[in-house]
Design a protein around this ligand. Structure first.
Ligand code: ATP
Ligand code: MG
Length: 431
């Protein structure tokens, strides 16, 4: 029979052998963001298509090629291709922008993009991201960049470079678009079909095109930094001084225009790896016009999105330290029905106190139970037989040292066990 239990190309399963690593990076990410004053938001998986078309931009790859869209009777819905649009919509809709500013939120969510599947490029992937609304100060840009950099270093990643650029405001961009059209005009017939439409609507997008021919043509295109107005120039200069004061190394890359339309002024990317293996793990920037464009009151904002699959991939490649997955604290091996009942009640008490406790669920003989206890890395084992039930005490065996201690099976059992566990752990760290 054909196997129907097969996942869709471009999606992935995260099984327990990997999920503990995800939990580790997720907890590092949320703890770090919270230390920077960001609070979690949870938003729907899909939104009205229009929200993405209007905020991400109708000349972007995301909107033109990558969205998963379902057209219903009255409306068209799209699985979120990124987290910013939904998060900003949520902030506006819930009146968050009327509260004390800046509003700082973070999210951890899956995103959906229909693109060519390859390593680090999936149809469903995960992003950790932050958004801050209310501040137009370059100090906010520096704070957001600093958070992204701190995260990456807490993950243990090395060789991560920060590239920054400013793509100005609509005023600077009008002049820049003119210069770009002038530059691309003689090459128009060689541009890809998508870029041909971009030529009119948003020629800056051509610089971001993935086609080799377009990239070659765009190689010597004018750079936006030469077209910044005084205010945008000043903002960029201040950001650079702030980064220097914070000891954050950066490279100015005038080619970064980012894949989304909503950016203004600062844009940045974190690139991990060297040579061929280089890849963007985080992209972000300022989008001062977006909230107003969505119908909210004009509020400057900025943020970043970090691709968690790519973070994990780079951590694996670089041999970063994930620590060890948790192992079982104690396995209680019963022999016989009465012992099974006692074991079930003992593991319940242990679990109530927060320990990972297990007992036999498979009707195994003692030898097989011990093998299983070993497989789940149980730190301690207790064997419960008739003698133990009668005397109300048992031998607690430390599986690492082989040491055995007598333990009372009374109401203080879980507490006594906890003290022994802590004592042994302290001894182990002292050695
Ligand atoms: P790229 O140039 O690699 O397509 P992008 O500019 O489309 O990236 P963003 O929209 O900035 O990416 O998304 C932020 C981060 O999300 C990226 O830096 C990357 O780490 C991750 N990411 C983007 N698309 C995918 C995908 N299809 N699969 C896995 N991760 C992705
Ligand atoms: Mg992309």
């Amino acid at each position: 029979m054909e196997l129907i239990a097969k996942r869709v190309n471009g999606t992935q399963d995260i099984t327990p052998s990997q999920s503990w690593k995800w939990q580790l990076i997720e907890s590092i990410a949320s703890e770090t963001a919270e230390a920077y004053g960001f609070k979690q938001v949870r938003i729907p998986t899909f939104e009205k298509t229009d929200l993405f078309v209007r905020s991400v931009g109708d000349t972007t790859d995301i909107v033109q090629k990558e969205m998963f869209t379902v057209t219903g009777k009255e409306s068209s819905f799209t699985l979120r291709p990124e987290g910013t649009a939904g998060t900003i919509r949520c902030m506006i809709e819930n009146g968050m922008l009327n509260e004390a500013l800046p509003q700082k939120v973070y999210y951890m969510l899956s995103c959906f993009r229909h693109e060519r599947v390859q390593a680090g490029r999936l149809w469903e992937f995960h992003q950790f991201g932050v958004e801050m609304a209310g501040s137009s100060s370059p100090v906010a840009d520096a704070e957001v960049i600093s958070l992204a950099k701190t995260l990456v270093s807490r993950f243990g990643l090395k060789d991560v470079s920060l590239n920054i650029n400013s793509i100005g405001c609509p005023e600077c961009r009008a002049k820049y678009y003119e210069a770009l059209r002038k530059y691309f005009e003689p090459h128009k017939d060689k541009l890809c079909g998508t870029c041909l439409t971009r030529f009119e609507k948003n020629p800056m997008r051509i610089i971001d095109c993935k086609s080799d021919i377009c990239q070659e043509i765009a190689k010597d295109a004018p750079v936006i930094l030469d077209y910044l107005c005084d205010e945008c120039k000043d903002h960029f200069e201040q950001l650079k001084s702030l980064l220097e004061a914070m000891d954050i190394e950066y490279t100015i890359n005038p080619k970064i225009v980012r894949g989304l339309d909503y950016y203004t002024k600062t844009v940045f990317e974190l690139i991990a790896g060297k040579g061929d293996k280089k890849g963007t793990i985080c992209g972000g920037g300022r989008y001062d016009g977006m909230i107003e464009q969505m119908g909210g009151k004009p509020t400057p904002a900025l943020g970043f999105g970090m691709g968690l699959e790519r973070i994990l991939m780079n951590m694996e490649e670089q041999g970063c330290d994930f620590g060890e997955p948790a192992t079982c604290d104690i396995y209680i091996a019963p022999m016989g029905d009465a012992a099974s009942v006692k074991a079930a009640s003992l593991v319940k008490t242990l679990r109530d106190d927060g320990y990972w406790a297990e007992t036999d669920l498979m009707n195994r003989v003692l030898g097989k139970q011990m093998k299983y206890a070993d497989k789940i890395g149980s730190k301690y084992v207790i064997v419960l037989g008739d003698n133990e039930l009668e005397s109300g005490k048992a031998k607690l065996k430390n599986m690492k040292t082989g040491q055995q201690l007598e333990i009372m099976l009374d109401e203080d059992f879980a507490e006594t066990f906890g003290n022994i566990l802590i004592g042994d752990m302290m001894e182990e760290t002292l050695q």
